[in-house]
Design a protein around this ligand. Structure first.
Ligand code: ADP
Ligand code: NA
Length: 330
């Protein structure tokens, strides 16, 4: 039997991917390769829905792809490509846009949030139709499962609605995808503001560990993580969010359990916990950084891998698009 198709993507951004992206998404992507048919995309078409500097975007797209590979995405078992390299994404998005209600799209809360954040000038039709493009990304590949965080749940619902609507209007064409909630989906918080999700838009650069940070910087950031005035290493996300976050990171990186870690640091100070955590995080991140740099310094090899991925993706996407075009009467 065919392995279930999984689709996921991240936007390239001026900054490197961070530890939250890695532990919350990439680690899971890598695990899925064993028994799924994964499609992993660098979604540069999505990135231009907010203002971008072309040179920065170009570099970020390549670096993001390199980071997927460095984190363990296997270009043989997964289909790894850059969204703009596969033309069917924008073509299907057009068709899906004609099935999307204006009011329906207007209810997307991420659009409202981003529109408020970037202002009226930057509130474009592209930003508005972003979820339609995302539906296209997913539906082109017969995707069954989509790993989604809370912020994308509403967009996945729209995707499901569009798939079902197309099917009922034009005949069974699309698989209606489901959300994939990973068993151990780590949610990593800002090291300086442990009630806020670690994010590239962190208010302090010390709040997030970038995958491209050098080991000394990582150690420094972890050692200066905000904790609390107690001395007890105890897992209590409500009362002790800083320590809980450090324990979560520790557990996710090492595969050890929280109770095991609590026992190990029982009666020892936060300093010991941070020192050891810095070590395990550096051990994990340093090879990813090294491999990313290697790929960035060998543009021909990265180009080769991305061309191979785009070709594999286009073959599948074009087949879906041909069916869609035929069904709508083109
Ligand atoms: P950011 O929040 O930095 O803008 P994105 O929203 O682009 O990151 O998320 C890209 C992927 O990384 C998504 O799959 C998202 O769920 C995951 N992710 C981002 N931040 C975290 C985090 N702090 N903890 C766990 N997963 C995260
Ligand atoms: Na985000």
């Amino acid at each position: 039997t065919a392995r279930p198709v999984v689709f996921s993507g991240m936007q390239p951004s001026g900054d490197s991917l961070h530890l939250g992206n890695y532990l919350g998404a990439l680690v899971n992507w890598v695990a899925l390769q064993d028994d799924h048919d994964p499609i992993y995309c660098v979604v540069d078409l999505h990135a231009i829905t907010v203002p971008q500097d072309p040179a920065v975007l170009h570099e970020a797209t390549r670096r993001t792809a390199a980071q997927y590979l460095a984190a363990g995405v296997d270009p043989e078992r997964a289909t790894l490509f850059v969204q703009s390299h596969v033309l069917a994404h924008t073509e299907l998005a057009w068709v899906l846009g004609t099935l999307t209600g204006f009011g329906e799209a207007s209810r997307m809360t991420q659009f409202k949030d981003k529109s408020a954040r970037y202002g009226a000038e930057a509130t474009t039709v592209g930003l508005f139709t972003y979820p339609v493009l995302m539906a296209s990304d997913i539906l082109l590949y017969g995707t069954q499962l989509v790993p989604v965080g809370d912020d994308q749940r509403q967009h996945l619902e729209l995707t499901r609605d569009l798939a079902a609507r197309f099917n009922s209007r034009f005949g069974e064409t699309f698989v209606v995808p489901e959300a994939l909630i990973p068993k151990e989906s780590a949610r990593i918080y800002d090291l300086q503001e442990p009630n806020t999700k670690m994010s590239k838009s962190a208010s302090s650069p010390n709040g997030l560990v970038n995958l491209m940070d050098d080991p000394k910087v990582i150690a420094k950031k972890i050692k200066s993580a905000v904790t609390d005035n107690e001395r007890e290493v105890r897992y209590d996300p409500q009362a002790k969010p800083g320590i809980a976050n450090l324990l979560d990171i520790y557990a996710t990186v090492t595969g050890r359990t929280i109770p095991e870690l609590e026992a190990e640091y029982d009666g020892r100070g936060y300093g010991d916990l941070k020192k050891d955590l810095a070590e395990v995080v550096v051990d994990r991140v340093a090879p990813i950084r090294a491999r990313t740099l290697e790929l960035m310094e060998d543009p021909a090899e990265l180009d080769r891998l991305l061309a191979m991925g785009a070709e594999k993706a286009a073959e599948r996407a074009d087949r879906t698009l041909a069916t869609v075009y035929e069904r709508v009467g083109f």
